[in-house]
Design a protein around this ligand. Structure first.
Ligand SMILES: Cc1ncc(COP(=O)(O)O)c(C=O)c1O
Length: 269
């Protein structure tokens, strides 16, 4: 059988119960698209990992992470690779001295492409947690509860998620953008939310091709008045919304342009 998981370089799926990821959610992860035995968005994942390593003071080098990935990337078919870093094993809230960061990878196939995305609005709201805002840390209980709420809307694939102040922050498992009068807008994520790799790519791409962007406070009414809305993440790419809370929308020019540019990047791995 093809190996699909590695722990610290070993083809293995055993992680001790004392792992700090399990005990305290003490770690971060990246969910990456694999294509032609490469990671087309690696530069952006790498940037976010470096920020996480710095903010969480994880004792691991990027060279070690890249060696770990190189050890199995060549064997992988196109799909999704989740890389989890935990602060090793044991200790209390205070880690044990000398406990090495653990690297866990797991491969799975790509999810099906969603052509016509319908989105709703969820009632549960994200709390403010500025210490961790932006990071893709292992504490994902809010998303587990949000996904359960979204599953109660079987015709919808994503949803606008607000924070406790009532501002839109992101989707359940994605970031969100809207276009108003040819300006691309996306919410600020200083208090909560994930600084998505695809969000970073979209903002960088817009700077290069001179599409004006604004990172600002956005409410549900802004999205309902928008010309275009899309969700995005590193696995599914850019997902144009065709129905937002019962309002039908079509894929606009800016969304289509970004989708085309992304296809080029994914083709040139
Ligand atoms: C809560 C949340 N926000 C945003 C994102 C988008 O992040 P990325 O573009 O790095 O996949 C994800 C991805 O899973 C997510 O779970």
């Amino acid at each position: 059988m093809q190996v699909r998981q590695w722990v610290d370089g070993r083809a293995d799926d055993d992680v001790a119960w004392q792992d700090r990821g399990l005990l305290f959610g003490d770690g971060v992860f990246e969910t990456m698209r694999v294509q032609d035995a490469g990671l087309p968005m690696w530069a952006w994942h790498r940037d976010r990992l470096l920020q996480a390593i710095d903010r969480l003071r994880l004792d691991v080098s990027m060279a070690h992470i890249e060696d770990h990935l190189a050890g199995h990337l060549a064997q992988l078919d196109s799909g999704v690779l989740r890389l989890t870093l935990t602060r090793g094993q044991g200790g209390t809230y205070r880690p044990l001295a000398g406990s090495a960061v653990r690297l866990i990878s797991h491969w799975r196939p790509l999810p099906p492409v969603v052509e016509e995305l319908r989105a709703t609005l969820l009632q549960q709201r994200l709390g403010h947690l500025p210490m961790l805002a932006g990071l893709k840390h292992l504490n994902r209980l809010e998303q587990v509860l949000l996904q359960a709420e979204l599953d109660g809307h079987p015709s919808c694939d994503e949803a606008l998620v607000q924070d406790i102040a009532g501002h839109v922050i992101e989707g359940v498992a994605s970031n969100v953008f809207m276009v108003h009068r040819y300006v691309l807008h996306t919410p600020i994520i200083d208090e909560c939310g994930v600084a998505g790799v695809m969000r970073a790519w979209v903002l960088e791409r817009c700077r290069k091709v001179r599409i004006p962007t604004r990172i600002c406070v956005l409410d549900v009414s802004d999205f309902l008045a928008a010309d275009e809305v899309f969700f995005c993440n590193a696995v599914r790419g850019i997902m144009p919304v065709h129905d937002l809370l019962g309002r039908s929308m079509s894929t606009g020019v800016i969304t289509s342009k970004l989708q085309m540019e992304l296809t080029q990047v994914l083709r040139h791995v």
